[in-house]
Ligand binder design. Structure first.
Ligand code: ADP
Ligand code: MG
Length: 309
């Protein structure tokens, strides 16, 4: 599954496309977070996100159709969760190669539907076209109470950095097809602890923490020993493999302490403190992302993860 795009790469291209964005007082956040944030009513924002899966880029032909449908829906729900919201309505567009049976497509839909049902979303429309390879695109709306919205840009120096589960090897273990979006965790966090920043890990810990650091204009260090890894996974893979779909969030040190002392957290959730946000723009020579080993020795690491192209 090799991924290629123009030389600028995924994020370089998105940067160039930003100029086509129009501003409006109804747009609270456009391109640049896990979902767009739009005015809805006095109390709530509308969230809007989309993700596309393409055969031979994101999955191989003949993959279990229910798992594929689950993933197509779950990746979008994960982006709504990362904003602190709840998913509502989805439209689904599919490009279908001529040889593929309607039975296979129905099984994909069954997978999508089960996932949507589980997290409170409904499929309300879509588009169907013929294509050389199977393509599935889900666009998903969500809602979030205004006080509970969490952006990538809100991290503060001194904040602790958390993840919601073990990282790395998601593709090798097949977890990327079966993961459960961390909606329950996200809602608990926004209702009880108001994280300062949050993102879901789709591009790898180093890449997605990089998104928080750039959006917040700050740097960070991670304790190498504390980064939770899936069994048999190297530190490098835990940092850079994509498609973990765990949440990565930041909390003031006071709230972090309370979170870790909270009895219901210990019982129901897995929030792992892995490092700290520090002052300094990540683009400067002294700034960026650092790892600390068990002796406290620091080394800089690239804020780059898995690229989807
Ligand atoms: P995620 O991994 O959270 O789904 P992406 O890395 O795909 O986010 O996208 C980053 C940001 O760029 C998002 O705000 C997304 O809406 C925006 N984006 C991605 N591709 C395009 C595009 N082709 N046109 C406009 N915006 C885009
Ligand atoms: Mg995301």
């Amino acid at each position: 599954m090799k991924k290629k795009l123009p030389k600028v790469g995924e994020f370089g291209l998105i940067e160039k496309l930003k100029k086509f964005q129009r501003s409006s007082t109804r747009i609270v956040r456009g391109i640049g977070d896990d979902a767009a944030v739009l005015e809805l009513d006095r109390r709530r924002y509308q969230l809007f996100t989309t993700d596309m899966l393409v055969e031979d880029v994101h999955f191989l032909g003949g993959v279990d159709p229910a798992a594929l449908g689950h993933k197509a829906m779950a990746v979008n729900i994960s982006d709504i969760a990362a904003m602190g919201g709840r998913p509502t309505f989805a439209v689904v567009s599919i490009g279908v190669p001529s040889g593929l049976s309607s039975r296979y497509i129905e099984a994909v839909y069954r997978g999508m539907r089960v996932c949507a049902d589980r997290f409170g979303a409904s499929i309300v429309g879509g588009d169907t076209v013929s294509a050389d390879k199977l393509v599935i695109n889900v666009a998903l709306l969500g809602e979030v109470e205004k006080g509970r919205l969490v952006l990538r840009s809100g991290a503060r120096p001194g904040d602790r950095i958390f993840v919601t589960g073990p990282l790395g090897g998601s593709l090798a273990f097949g977890r990327h097809l079966r993961f459960a979006p961390r909606l329950r965790e996200a809602r608990f966090l926004v209702e009880r602890f108001r994280p300062s920043a949050m993102i879901d890990i789709s591009d790898g810990l180093a890449g997605d923490l990089g998104h928080i650091l750039r959006a917040s204009g700050l740097s960070a260090w991670l304790d190498e020993e504390r980064i939770p890894r899936r069994r048999g996974v190297t530190l490098e893979a835990a940092l850079r493999d994509g498609e973990d779909f765990e949440l990565l969030f930041t909390l003031s040190s006071l709230k972090a302490k309370k979170l870790l002392e909270c009895k219901s957290v210990a019982k129901d959730f897995n929030f792992i403190d892995i490092g700290e946000i520090v002052a300094g723009h990540p683009g400067t020579r002294a700034g960026g992302l650092f790892l600390r080993d068990r002796c406290g020795i620091r080394r800089a690491v690239e804020m780059k993860g898995y690229t989807h192209f």
